[in-house]
Structure formats: C-alpha cells, structure tokens
Design a protein around this ligand. Structure first.
Ligand code: C2O
Ligand code: CU
Length: 487
C-alpha cells in the first residue's frame, strides 16, 4: 500500500470499504470518552481527520524510509486551534496493528488521553475513533500514538498541535521545527523486527520530515519578530545552537517572561518543546545541532532573510550548554506560587539494570526501573482531588531520564533539593544521573494517568507508573482482545 499523494477523501473511502468488508468481530473496543461536545462560548469547532497509514516517505532525494504516517506524511498535519475551541480529531486506522492518539502536554479529560490499556483500547485496524475536547491551554504541544509507542512513534506517528491564545494573532514569523530521528532499518523494503539492532541505529535526523539539503529554510524579513517552536519527537536529547542571542519564550507550551537572551546551545529532551524568539537579522544563518553525533551536519536549518547579501553569521567556534532548569524566567500559569506547601509527597527512584536480551525483556535487554520494579509492578501514586502534590525523581542510574506526567502540568521546584531561580512550568523534565528533580502540581484533573520516561525504549523497558485519583475508574486494561500496550 503506497498512499503517498492520495487525498484524504480517498483514504477515508478506502476505510469505509475496508470496514464494510471485514464486518464486526463481536467485541466493541473501549474508545475515547468523557470529552466535551461543544466549544466554550465564542469558540469554534476545529475538525480534523487523521488517517494512520503506512507510506514510503522521502527524507531527501534518494533516501526513502518505510514510515507509518498520518495522512501520508510524517510529521502528520499540524493541528491548530484557539483557547476555547473544540478540537475534534477522527483517527482512522489503516495500519496493520492497533493504535491510539495521545495529545502530549494537554490536560484533557482522562478518557480522551489516548493511552492504550489505561484510558481506552487500542483502535483496531480498519476502524475509526473520535477524540473531542476543549482546548484550554495555549502553547506548543504535539500528538503521537500511545499504543506500542516505542515502535509507533519511532516509525513516524506524530505531529504538532499549536494552540493560540484567544484574541491574538501572531506577529512576524511563527513556525514549528520538529526534530525527529529515523533508524537504519526503515530504509529496507521490509523493515526488520523492532528488536533488531538496525531499528535502534538512529542515523538520520529530520526537521519537519526532511534531512540534509532538503530541509526547508525559514524565510524571514530583517527586523521581523520570529518565534520558532522547537519540538523533539525523537529518543534522545538534542542540542541546538543559534549563532545569535535568542530568548526562551516558552517551555513545554508554557509562556515565560523575564528570561535573558542566550547564545548557549539549547538542550531539547525527548518530548520537550522550547519556543525561542529573536528579531530577524539581515544576514543568513543556520541553526546547528551540536550533539557531537554523526548526523549533526545533516540537520542544520537555514534561516534566510529576504534579499540577504553578504556573509552568513558564522557558527560560534565554542559553545556552552544552557542549563535549562536554571533559566531565570517565570511562567504566567504557575500552578505552585512561592511558599505553597505540599500535603502529599512522593519520591520515585530511577535506575537501570542490564539483564541481557531475553524473551519478553526490553528491546535492548535492559530493565528500566522505578523503585526497583518494572511496570506494571511499579508503585501507583494515590492522590485525592485538591491535593498539592510534590514528586521527587531521584536518578540513581547512569542515563538521563525524561520524566513525563500526563494530565497535569507542574512547576519544577528544585534540583538536588536546591530551589531554582525561575518558576518554570513543564510537562516533561530531564533528570540527570546522580541528581534529583522535584516537581509540584495541583491534583485537579481526576483519572488514572501515566508517569513515564519519554525515551520510549525506557518506557518499554519498564519505566512507567500510574497516578491514580481516589474513586476514579480505570477505563481500560493491559493486553486483552486488543493487545493493549501503552509503551
Ligand atoms: Cu508523549 Cu505518555 O507521552
Ligand atoms: Cu529514561
């Protein structure tokens, strides 16, 4: 099946035929639930169809990968809305396996969270599921599969979701740059099994689905305000170097103020978003990756002012790395004003244990543990509506872990028990080996929610846990007729 270039209408028609042909198998899957049906007063309905479908994607001339896509492209279409709008997304599954949609960073009603085995069943092949909820938070978010996510996100099932504040239109240039990575195995006509080492050899970095010289320049006009929304959908921290000072305007969608411009390389962890702002200069430059990995040079993004003449702004010879958690800016929507005391505190100890590849083990033969256990044996954090919850992630392993909480945003309160200079609000936070990070949030969104590492192979290897509200039903179970497996 090679639907590249086919219209959405054709795909949807296929789906209708496929559904008619295969009929009903008897057990109805549990779908998304509990969402709203109408926009807030003054809002509109934003209606999208996403067809999850295999497609051959060309990352640059001559480099093709066997991707899984939304509507034939990876990233999938950008979803956009305004606070107060109703987002309606119909997911049509033309993959050979079950899938879901998760809206990363949005505090949706629990039943709309798209986590297979926790909030719904995986959407079976040749069926459709509809997600519907109000947009309540402005900012840079993204969507991705949350069924077998370490495989499905790796193959390309993700896209950007941008929510704008009510009553403001963006001035100047406002553009998304999605950093993804592709494994060597996907270049084969028939990709090997996910456990094959080729499938973990991430040799190509793409920006908005293109690599090398195929990456599209950002077009600007000298003097214009520019906002670039950087999203990392890949599996490792990337370091992005701008050769001119930029301001960190938002992290994980949460708008910041008071932060100084920086020329240091910006760390962008798995699933994290950083919005940078600057005034367009009159000379061209490029945004470089400075990870020190082989693909770096092939993922530079040119920024091209109209009519620029003269030499490009050179990349700095040396660079420092920005300490993101120490960035002294304050989020407007801080859920944890200074002086707030928790009434519930938890700690979660992160570690890894090499086991050697064994059947049923993580794909890389490592157990990624929370408090010495792997999911679903990891401890569940029990909270009550209204709790002020503090969690300390203690990393006793040797790898960075990118801890993500569903359903809530949090303030990053402390690192190694020392308070941080800013008031940063995030949904995913990097915890370096040998360090601890403390977060605080309000328990104001009842349900059963995931907490997990967003290096998805670590999640698949066990580094996941649940946050459960007293009295909230768990909407779906692992395994079962639909093979539910969130990681
Ligand atoms: Cu990006 Cu559990 O999610
Ligand atoms: Cu991890």
């Amino acid at each position: 099946m090679r639907p590249t270039g086919l219209g959405i209408a054709v795909l949807a028609a296929w789906l209708a035929l496929a559904v008619a042909a295969c009929g009903n198998q008897g057990i109805a899957p549990i779908g998304p639930s509990g969402g709203q049906a109408t926009p807030a007063p003054g809002g509109v309905v934003r209606d999208y169809d996403l067809v999850a479908v295999p497609a051959v994607v060309e990352l640059k001339p001559g480099l093709k990968v066997q991707a899984w896509t939304y509507n034939g492209t990876s990233p999938g279409p950008q979803l956009t809305g305004v606070v107060g709008d109703l987002l309606v997304v119909r997911l049509h599954n033309l993959l050979p396996v079950g899938t879901t949609l998760h809206f990363h960073g949005l505090d949706v009603p629990n039943g709309e969270d798209g986590v297979a085995g926790i909030t719904q069943d995986a959407v079976p092949p040749n069926t459709t599921a509809t997600y519907s909820f109000r947009l309540t938070q402005a900012g840079t978010y993204w969507y991705h599969s949350h069924q077998d996510s370490s495989v499905q996100v790796d193959r390309g099932l993700y896209g950007a979701l941008i929510v704008r504040p009510r009553g403001s239109s963006p001035a100047g240039v406002d553009q998304v740059l999605i950093y993804g990575d592709w494994s060597l195995g996907l270049e084969a006509a028939t990709p090997p099994a996910p456990s094959d080492v080729l499938m973990r050899s991430y040799v190509t970095t793409s920006v908005n689905g293109l690599t090398g010289d195929a990456i599209r320049p950002v077009a600007v006009t000298a003097g214009q305000p520019v906002r670039l929304r950087l999203i990392n959908t890949g599996h490792t921290i990337r370091y992005l170097q701008f050769p001119l000072p930029v301001t960190i305007a938002a992290m994980d969608g949460h708008e910041l103020s008071g932060g100084p411009p920086t020329t240091e390389a910006i760390p962008l962890g798995p699933a994290e978003r950083v919005d940078v702002t600057f005034t367009a200069p009159s000379s061209a430059f490029s945004i470089q990756l400075v990870d020190g990995f082989l693909p770096d040079a092939y993922a530079a993004v040119p920024v091209q002012p109209a009519g620029a003449t003269g030499p490009a702004i050179p990349a700095p010879a040396n660079h420092g790395v920005l300490d993101l958690l120490a960035y002294p800016a304050r989020a407007a929507d801080n859920p944890w004003p200074d002086g707030t005391a928790p009434n519930k505190t938890f700690s979660m100890t992160l570690s890894e244990q090499a086991m050697g590849a064994m059947p049923g083990m993580a794909m890389d033969g490592v157990q990624y543990q929370i408090d010495g256990e792997v999911f679903p044996a990891t401890p569940t954090l029990h909270v009550t509506y209204g709790d002020r919850v503090e969690i300390t992630f203690v990393n006793r392993g040797s790898l960075v872990h990118s801890m993500h909480l569903h359903g809530h945003f949090f303030r990053v309160l402390a690192r190694d028990a020392l308070p941080l200079p800013g008031a940063l609000v995030k949904d995913t936070v990097e915890v370096a080996p040998g360090h601890s990070v403390t977060i605080g949030f309000l328990a104001d969104n009842p349900g059963v929610w995931m907490i997990h590492c967003h290096q998805l192979i670590h999640a698949a290897g066990g580094m996941m846990a649940l946050l459960a509200y007293d009295g909230a039903p768990r909407l779906a179970q692992l395994g079962g007729a639909f093979g539910n497996s969130p990681d």
